[in-house]
Design a protein around this ligand. Structure first.
Ligand SMILES: C[S@@+](CC[C@H](N)C(=O)[O-])C[C@H]1O[C@@H](n2cnc3c(N)ncnc32)[C@H](O)[C@@H]1O
Length: 234
């Protein structure tokens, strides 16, 4: 893990829902990809403070959620209140121990994969928890977003980008990598890309964050994938 979310859990969670990049960009783009959620089994992988867990429960899904940060799990518990949900504090590698061999119709991995150094095992843990006809929806930082690093080190550079997020209460470290590294990890995990989306922000973002909107219209902040099991995996 490249960032200890326990250190920033409280302040991050107090502010994330109002951040334009989340509220008016990443979240609507993810929600547009969701299948009907009523009565399906959903795994929220890296649930953080529980926005998608809460969303899926309210839409009628049976939800299991996990996150490696106890601080973030506590924030999710505070959001969820009495809502019926199973929450685990664990790494993806510990998922089997936490939940056994249960499988899910839909796995959500939102804004997690750019904290992960070794992507293929991470996708493999998710694939192992996916029903045969299930889907994984992933959102992560787009490889082009850190344009200064791309210009300085080149598009193929792989490394950590440290970002100062005063609103979240501290710095976070994101892994910068080219698209080919991401798609190779997906392939190596036995998964297929059904869709890849370079979403645009909602027009409302122009009013609340003009400079973010200007940039996001030119360079995508996020990339979304809809993944399935690869049918003819060797
Ligand atoms: C930016 S938050 C996103 C939370 C939530 N998915 C959302 O979209 O609101 C990133 C979360 O990923 C968690 N995380 C970091 N590495 C992880 C991993 N390998 N597996 C699952 N979660 C991880 C962090 O603890 C943190 O809660």
């Amino acid at each position: 893990m490249t960032t200890d979310y326990n250190e920033i859990a409280e302040q991050f969670s107090a502010n994330v829902d109002r951040m334009p990049g989340n509220r008016l960009y990443e979240r609507p783009a993810t929600i547009a990809l969701l299948p009907p959620l009523k009565d399906i089994d959903v795994l929220d992988a890296g649930c953080g403070s529980g926005f998608y867990t809460d969303y899926a429960i309210k839409a009628g899904a049976r939800v299991v959620a996990f996150d490696p940060s106890q601080g973030m799990i506590d924030q999710a518990l505070a959001r969820l209140g009495d809502a019926r949900c199973e929450l685990h504090c664990c790494q993806s590698s510990e998922l089997r121990t936490a939940i056994g061999d249960r499988k899910f119709d839909l796995i959500l991995s939102n804004l997690v994969m750019h904290y992960v150094r070794d992507l293929a095992p991470e996708f493999r843990y998710l694939a192992a928890a996916l029903k045969p006809d299930g889907k994984i929806i992933v959102s992560m930082k787009h490889p082009i977003i850190h344009t200064a690093h791309v210009m300085k080190f080149g598009y193929r550079w792989v490394g950590l980008v440290s970002l100062n997020w005063p609103w979240a209460g501290g710095p976070v470290n994101h892994v910068q990598r080219p698209l080919g590294e991401i798609t190779s990890a997906i392939y190596d995990a036995g998964l297929s890309i059904e869709r890849m989306v370079e979403a645009e922000p909602l027009p409302e973002m122009e009013r609340v964050d003009p400079s973010g909107y200007f940039f996001a219209k030119r360079f995508p902040f996020f990339i979304h994938f809809v993944l399935t099991h690869r049918r003819f995996a060797e």
